[in-house]
Design a binder for this molecule. Structure first.
Ligand code: SF4
Length: 444
């Protein structure tokens, strides 16, 4: 198998125990010339910021970059729907020769005049970065003219990888959070790295409500300008998607002295651990007792749905390729709970520490990849005889072409996969796709 992998990619692929002593190459630029499943810097920033429901997004670049909209990142809102709009300065050849700053300034004025939003994010994409428009100055002057926040996100796609985009988005959020004023400590928490896909933030908030812990702000699922600026008063930041939001948690700890923990709400083991941990750290009297009661009730409720699925999935093989390492770890545990074996696991932006956890969790011969390309995923899925691939929109056709099941665990999912409700949905989806009769006819 190694013969078919580019020399420069060899260090990004390990077998869990055979290569136990080998450090996987990760958190680095993609290999030039090798296709990458990763999104660009701008897309990374947009993933994080787009779910703010009353924010506007102006994409300073050619129209193509603006195709990355709410429609392919469907987080839900309980209030404003402004975030479903997307604007572009649609830079043309003339703008590229003479500069696009005036066009950007006019676009901001147009949006302000029509909608008067409290918050606009302006994304500088590749072309804006190449021609060197002073996006910061344009945004600063627009703030002076209109009195609303206009925050630049300097995110040319070529300036790093998706992780760079996450960091830039976190810095943009830090620009939003008020400093210097009084931030009296509250009993509440912030939830970081949940984007309310299919209503998952609401599931977590309901759990917190039941155990008596208020959520001040969600970053950024179903959030608003007003909710986000309350965030510095929280007692704890709970980080669900560590890849995108651990950086913000660290910055908020430095600036506002808010401690943080990682907590996953995917799979029964991690969901129960998360509820207990948050209850113990910030819950008032009785919070742990309420958390245990919730866990008992929900575990029993979903068991009658999950058990028949698990019986039909026993011994089947899973391949995982997702954005971040923390989610990959939860998924490996979740497949173990389901009686399935993870034969391949990879991420776009996993860290060295997360890959070490994965090595210890999976079977000896499990293949672990960082920043994989479709050819590698295909080769290893064939070699290992995977029955299902869990990934995002870019991985879906690959699974179907190989004639194996697929489960979307990315931003396009339409059913929640977090919490106990998510457990039920995940078991049903995996069972349906793995045991679908279509594969008997389509297997290649
Ligand atoms: S790589 Fe550049 S041109 Fe392509 S979507 Fe990203 S910012 Fe736009």
């Amino acid at each position: 198998m190694r013969d078919h992998i580019l020399e420069e990619r060899q260090r990004s692929i390990v077998r869990a125990r055979t290569d136990a002593a080998k450090d996987i190459r990760c958190d680095a630029a993609s290999v030039s010339g090798a296709v990458s499943q990763r999104a660009c810097v701008y897309c990374g920033a947009r993933v994080v910021l787009n779910p703010i429901t009353d924010a506007f997004h102006i994409i300073h670049g050619p129209i193509g970059c603006a195709s990355y909209t709410w429609d392919i990142r469907g987080s839900l809102s309980s209030g404003s729907e402004l975030f479903r709009n997307s604007f572009s300065t649609d830079l043309q050849e003339k703008d590229i020769v003479f500069g696009g700053a005036a066009k950007l300034s006019a676009a901001i004025d147009e949006v302000m005049a029509a909608y008067a939003p409290k918050l606009i994010f302006v994304y500088a994409t590749c072309i804006a970065g190449v021609i060197g428009d002073d996006v910061e100055a344009v945004c600063r002057k627009a703030e002076e003219r209109w009195g609303s926040r206009v925050i630049p996100v300097k995110s040319p796609g070529f300036s790093g990888n998706k992780s760079t985009g996450y960091r830039l988005a976190c810095e943009a959020l830090m620009q939003l959070l008020p400093r210097g004023g009084e931030h009296p400590e509250s009993a509440g928490i912030n939830i970081l790295g949940d984007y309310n896909l299919a209503g998952e933030m609401w599931i977590i908030k309901n759990y917190m409500k039941e155990i008596g812990i208020p959520v001040l702000a969600g970053f950024t699922g179903d959030s608003s300008y007003e909710s986000l600026i309350r965030a510095p008063a929280a007692r704890l930041n709970v980080v669900q998607c560590a890849g995108s939001m651990q950086y913000l948690a660290r910055r908020m700890e430095e600036t506002f002295n808010i401690p943080w923990i990682k907590a996953s709400f995917f799979g029964i083991e991690d969901t129960c651990a998360a509820l207990r941990q948050v209850a113990d750290l910030v819950g008032g009297p009785g919070a742990r007792r309420k958390a245990e009661a919730l866990i008992r009730r929900e575990t029993k409720r979903v068991e009658r749905w999950t058990r028949p699925c698990y019986e039909r999935l026993e011994g089947r093989k899973a391949a995982i390729f997702v954005g971040g390492g923390f989610k990959a770890i939860s998924l490996v545990r979740q497949f173990r709970e389901m009686g399935m074996q993870t034969v391949l696991v990879g991420t776009q932006t996993g860290s060295a520490e997360e890959y070490e956890v994965l090595k210890a969790l999976v079977d000896a011969d499990t293949v672990i990849l960082d920043d994989a390309n479709p050819a590698e995923l295909e080769a290893f899925m064939r070699e290992k005889g995977a029955d299902i691939l869990v990934g995002g929109v870019k991985e879906r056709p690959l699974a179907y072409k190989l004639g194996i099941g697929f489960c979307d665990h990315n931003h396009e999912r339409k059913r929640p996969l977090a919490g106990f409700e998510g457990l039920k949905n995940f078991a049903a989806e995996v069972n349906m796709t793995v045991n679908s009769p279509v594969w008997r006819h389509a297997r290649v």
